[in-house]
Design a protein around this ligand. Sequence first.
Ligand SMILES: Nc1ncnc2c1ncn2[C@@H]1O[C@H](COP(=O)(O)OP(=O)(O)OP(=O)(O)O)[C@@H](O)[C@H]1O
Ligand SMILES: [Mg+2]
Length: 301
Amino acid sequence: MMTTNEGIGTRPSRQAGVLEEATDAGDAPTTEVGPIEVRGLTMQYGPLVVMKDLSFRVRRGEIFVIMGGSGSGKSTLMRHMIGLQEPAEGSILFEGVDFLGADVKTRRDILRRMGVLYQNGALWSGLTLAENVALPLEEYTDLDAEAIGEIASLKLALVGLKGFGSFYPSEISGGMRKRAALARATAVDPEVLFFDEPSSGLDPITASRLDDLILQLRASFGTTVVVVSHDLASIFKIADRALFLDIKQKTMTALGTPQELRENPPSEEVRQFLTRSSDAGPPTGTEAHPDESHPPARQSP
Ligand SMILES: Nc1ncnc2c1ncn2[C@@H]1O[C@H](COP(=O)(O)OP(=O)(O)OP(=O)(O)O)[C@@H](O)[C@H]1O
Ligand SMILES: [Mg+2]
């Protein structure tokens, strides 16, 4: 992973002026130095340089969106930020602690403070929703089964799934599965929540409800949220600040509020990305879902 090859593509100079200026801009709720800092990061798969020269801080309590076209490296960046992938160059600091230099216990402590929803992260199909939500509680806490059961119910209720604990993932809609996964990711009250493409596979209304839930979560618990997204409606609705990964330049070319980046785009790519007339969304399309406003009525087989 530590190769120095440049890989494919050219290496155009960074639009430093624009970017540095935008770096400190933004409307995040607090100016406090945030829990995560990315310093001079280069990400590679073997000789393939995905992104280089990434430097930014996520502020405490903000909703920070990583945006960019398909294949620009959004998911790869998220995996670096949670310590799953090793930087080819540079470092990631969580509360000032470098993942790479950290011992096993420190890494575990850091991971315990993070909640993660992967892009294709599914619930365990053989477990009920309550059992899925209980998993991180069993792994990271010493609570007894009864307490875990109560917390699992509470977490499911917080995402609007009260009474669905005994359901299996196959018995609920796509939007409900995302919310159940959110309940699981927040089970141990993470300080930072990572969410890769919350709206993928959801119809616009269901996606918008999930965005509401993310906003509520931040408002209620002050959770810092890092969201990977290419969905414009969602970006404009939830992002305090958004980072743009430019696939051609192989680096970040914008960081700021979506509004200011749209009004004053630092590059043509950013302008195009933020003013697309339609957001086609992921090719998987929309999943049908039952009316979720009614209490659950289990159908007998
Ligand atoms: N495990 C891997 N091994 C080799 N290359 C990979 C691997 N995962 C991703 N890549 C490559 O790295 C680049 C960035 O991929 P990544 O999945 O991070 O992009 P993305 O922005 O999340 O895309 P999408 O919007 O489609 O989810 C792509 O060129 C991809 O082909
Ligand atoms: Mg991705």
